[in-house]
Write a protein that binds this ligand. Structure first.
Ligand SMILES: [Zn+2]
Length: 77
């Protein structure tokens, strides 16, 4: 048993249902009992998160953009 996400093509209802992979063709919309369903893959959300730059824009351009250490970096140690 596993969870699957569907969107009903008849009423647009999105729902999650727990069923067996063998019974996927028996799934129907809990709202209108329609069987025209589109499978929704949530994995898309993960790719969006991974590819986005989340964070405040600081003086540093980013890794590889500037030399790793400038003259100002030399401090007593
Ligand atoms: Zn429906």
């Amino acid at each position: 048993m596993a969870y699957y996400d569907f969107q009903c093509l008849s009423c647009g209802n999105q729902f999650e249902i727990k069923t067996s992979p063998h019974d996927l063709d028996k799934v129907q919309c809990p709202g209108c009992e329609g069987k025209e369903l589109k499978r929704i893959y949530k994995y898309f959300g993960m790719f969006v998160k991974a590819g986005k730059y989340g964070g405040s824009t600081g003086p540093r351009g980013g890794p590889g953009s500037e030399p790793p250490c400038a003259a100002d970096c030399s401090t007593g140690g």
